[in-house]
Design a protein around this ligand. Sequence first.
Ligand SMILES: [Zn+2]
Length: 554
Amino acid sequence: MPLALALCAAPAAGAAAPHPEDAADLILRHGVFYPVAPPGAVAGSLAVRAGRIVYLGPDAGAAALAGPATEVVDLAGRAVTPGLIDAHSHLIGLGAALEQVDLVGTASYDEVIARIARAAAALPAGAWVRGRGWDQNDWPEKSFPRHRALSAAVPNHPVWVGRIDGHAALLNARALAALGIDAAIADPPGGRFLRDEAGEPTGVLIDRAMGAVGGRVEPPAAEELERRLRAAAAHCLERGLTTVTDMGVDAAELAAYETLAAAGGLPLRVAAFLEDDAGLLERWLARGPLTGGGRYTVRGVKLYADGALGSRGAALIEPYSDDPGNLGLLTSSGDHLRAVAGRALAGGFQVAIHAIGDRGNLIALDALEGALGGPRPEARCRIEHAQVMRVQDIERMAALGVIASMQPTHATSDGPWAGDRVGAHRLAGAYAWRKVLAAGGRLALGSDFPVESADPRLGLYAAVTRQDLAGEPAGGWLPGELLSREEALSGFTLDAAYALFLDAEIGSLEPGKRADLVVWGRDPMTVPAAEIPTAEIDLVVVDGAIARQREGAR
Ligand SMILES: [Zn+2]
């Protein structure tokens, strides 16, 4: 197969050997490179030394940089883009989600137990096994399960698995003991601990009974957070992400990052944003942002203006079209947002505000304008999601220099019902990527994983099609907002880097920048759009080193 990778360590015949200190560590040759800056494609080679790109151009120029120790990868015409960047994601949350046992579709209680036992076997003893998705209506007996069989199969891990609708949970004996649930426990208002004939808890908790004891689950230990981080980072790298974000971390999560980063255990870059916690912010504002040259930065603060559209928590100026009288809800006051934003900016931190509804966005913009004192693009303030906005507010966001941090897969997930929520008249400013760009605004793209898949190929596909994976709707949802491939790639690379203050270091294949890049099995810029989600990620390079290699790609 001409697509196979050829690895060798010899300089090209006929090329004069460079001085050893000038020799490249890695040369990717015979490729098609999409540098993003400048736009377009370059056929030839890319050379790396000491983790940075030192050359991009015709093959002959790179051959002159090959020394005896240079690793040379023949790309056989394959495409190379900058490493992909997710501007809004939750890395530790992804790690927790990856550990969740998926019980959707289980046909019997035995199958539920088998899946939980398999998940438990992969975790250290004592670690909580979480999961959800069981539905006893799909089982032959159609009655609520009792914990004994589960407890016998999984004795050493506490288990908490939710029913498909989230209104019940099944716990094993270890979890019942850990949470102090026994025959003596009283049912809370609005909840029930199901009991057997002898009055002992069966392990099934209904509605408020879950909330009554949920707070007793101890927060994850440091090792658990580090384990989740490692698993999530590997998951992301495999999909071509070389930089991700963690939007809203607490002190324990920051400690896990620090431990892992100090041990050299972060295989990709992470930009963490502090959650809106008074004590945490006080400590970090006194200390100042963590930037430096490492893979881990803490230089942003994440605030919340409102909720989400699906649950009608996004704050709207006019009531929900499918729920008259409901305006959604503001999760922080405008005064709070403005005060915290002002302190964060004064302390050298970046401010990112979650805002989904048009009223949430309006209040977020008011707060940012107040804190900034006027247009200050250099502060790189961000609005997260910016899903439903009045068109005049999109223009105002651009004028203030506030970045729109948006998630293409949210548009394709929400498209089928967003119009019901907000009505046709408000769709003009809904998931309106093109209007952001047309207003002269900055757009950074991401996924909000684990809410959506972490796979950036799905984001690129959604950005250029506004269709789901089945190709619906034909022509794309609100097709006036479609992005070009170049715009989508820039949104997931250089523009995302800009939104993280990392654009001087990463985001494009420019000499001088860190060599974070992806070699694709199929060219994502030229294949039919429907093939973007399955285009192979053959090689992932971080800081000039091959961090991941697809099996069979060489
Ligand atoms: Zn988020």
